[in-house]
Each structure stands twice: as structure tokens, then as C-alpha cells.
Design a protein. Structure first.
Length: 129
């Protein structure tokens, strides 16, 4: 069984969060990337009984920023932090939402993108990839 995992879709303005529940990834919330970000994440780690963290990496420039964020996050927690490719997660979510009701299509998708790459990561872990 995969340990309870928090996925982080890092952005310079917003951060999308998702959490694993057994072998399923659920969108959790979107938080602002501001001076309270690490306090908020630490609270979520405690409330959700998180055992590990997965940070999505995309394009080169954003990947560097995501790695920098993860390095700073590591100063606030002893939990293991892993990285996974999230290059297509936002595109996949947009495609899925095209068939959804209009009310579900509006707004930000960062937490859905986090759930998308977390589910792929969970599936790969279970398959031994």
C-alpha cells in the first residue's frame, strides 16, 4: 500500500494540492504561494496524516523553481520528498474538463493537476516502475 502522499503542483502565484487516499488521488485545495505557504502546508501534513510528498516538475525554468521550493519545504518537514513529471497533467485535466459541466470548467485547476500527476505516480509505484 502506498503511504499517504501529498502532491504539490507548484506555481509562483498558486499551489495546487492533492492527497492520496489508499490508491486514489483526490484534489485537495489550492493555496496562495505567499509568506504563509509553509505554515499552511505543515498544517495540512498534520491534518491529513501525510507520510510523504511528491512535487511535480514541468518545463525547465519551472522545474528549477519547483526544486527550489521543495528544498525550502524540506527545511520545514522531515518527510521524504519525491519528484515526478507533471508536464502533461494540466493538459489532461483541461481535456477532461471540456466534457464536464460548465460550472466545473470555470476556475483554477491546480489541485486537479496535482491529483492527475499523483495518480500517475501512485500507479507507477504499484506497478514497480
Amino acid at each position: 500500500m502506498i503511504p499517504t502522499t501529498l502532491a504539490i503542483d507548484f506555481g509562483t502565484v498558486r499551489i495546487g494540492l492533492a492527497v492520496s487516499r489508499a490508491t486514489l488521488a483526490d484534489p485537495l485545495e489550492i493555496i496562495p504561494n505567499d509568506e504563509t505557504v509553509f505554515t499552511r502546508i505543515k498544517k495540512i501534513l498534520s491534518e491529513e496524516n501525510i507520510e510523504q510528498i511528491v512535487v511535480g516538475l514541468s518545463e525547465q525554468e519551472m522545474a528549477e523553481k519547483s526544486r527550489g521550493f521543495a528544498a525550502e519545504l524540506a527545511k520545514h518537514t522531515d518527510l521524504p520528498i519525491f519528484f515526478t513529471d507533471e508536464t502533461l497533467s494540466s493538459k489532461t485535466v483541461h481535456e477532461k474538463l471540456q466534457t464536464a459541466k460548465k460550472s466545473k470548467r470555470s476556475g483554477h485547476i491546480d489541485h486537479f493537476a496535482a491529483a492527475e500527476f499523483l495518480q500517475q505516480w501512485i500507479d507507477n509505484q504499484e506497478a514497480g516502475v
